[in-house]
Write a protein that binds this ligand. Structure first.
Ligand SMILES: CC(C)(COP(=O)(O)OP(=O)(O)OC[C@H]1O[C@@H](n2cnc3c(N)ncnc32)[C@H](O)[C@@H]1OP(=O)(O)O)[C@@H](O)C(=O)NCCC(=O)NCCS
Length: 187
């Protein structure tokens, strides 16, 4: 497997690898802190990110996993402003598969930025790092997330019934699974 890129440039956005630096932790924390209501229903880690140090600690933990090539997180930047995150995790070198997750600051949503980020990451995973399958999972009721997957032509594979207990909804929730294969990109 090739090395992860530090920077991936798109037409409107730039993806920069989240390094464990105070400056980056500050930007991430501030963005989470001003988007709590928007993130809370879908991302359980929001409630555990209470201080800037939590974001820095998270970045250090991620760095260890990135060194082992298990996962990698990129900040999504618009004109040098941090507006959200896209991450690749559960990288399986034997089965050549991985999962992608994303979130964006509410004020920048509905502009196609996540779609652009997903397409950039996908190209990198299939054509530079040689993966065969990418998966996206989201809560059954997360319309925005599932629409991003559908818009980018990910195939709906099925639903995991009540596999996730949500502290926000105080209920067991269903999870949708979407995927794309390298061969799908040639059709
Ligand atoms: C999910 C999320 C990242 C989408 O980001 P985004 O940048 O707004 O997505 P895009 O602008 O690329 O939208 C792609 C398509 O999804 C659809 N869409 C996005 N948000 C939607 C919403 N709230 N309701 C209905 N459709 C929506 C649109 O149809 C859009 O297509 P269009 O451009 O042709 O209209 C953002 O809503 C978010 O951060 N949500 C909270 C965190 C989260 O749920 N993360 C995913 C966890 S699995």
């Amino acid at each position: 497997m090739k090395r992860f890129k530090e920077i991936i440039k798109g037409q409107r956005i730039v993806l920069k690898r989240n390094k464990p630096k105070i400056k980056i932790a500050k930007k991430i924390f501030e963005t989470i802190n001003t988007n709590r209501k928007h993130l809370r229903p879908w991302l359980e880690w929001e409630k555990n990110t209470l201080r800037e140090e939590d974001s820095l600690k998270y970045l250090f933990n991620e760095e260890e996993k990135t060194k082992k090539r298990e996962k990698i997180q990129y900040g999504i930047y618009l004109k040098n402003k941090y507006i959200g995150n896209i991450g690749i995790f559960d990288i399986d070198k034997i089965n050549k598969s991985a999962e992608i997750g994303y979130w964006l600051s509410h004020e920048f949503t509905r502009n196609g930025y996540t779609t652009e980020a997903l397409k950039l990451i996908e190209k990198e995973l299939f054509y530079s790092l040689g993966l065969n399958r990418i998966q996206i999972k989201c809560d059954e009721k997360n319309i925005a997330s599932s629409f991003v997957a559908k818009k980018c032509n990910y195939k709906f594979e099925g639903m995991l019934r009540q596999n996730n207990y949500s502290y926000h909804f105080k209920a067991f929730r269903n999870t949708l699974i979407f995927s794309k294969l390298k061969s799908d990109t040639k059709k």
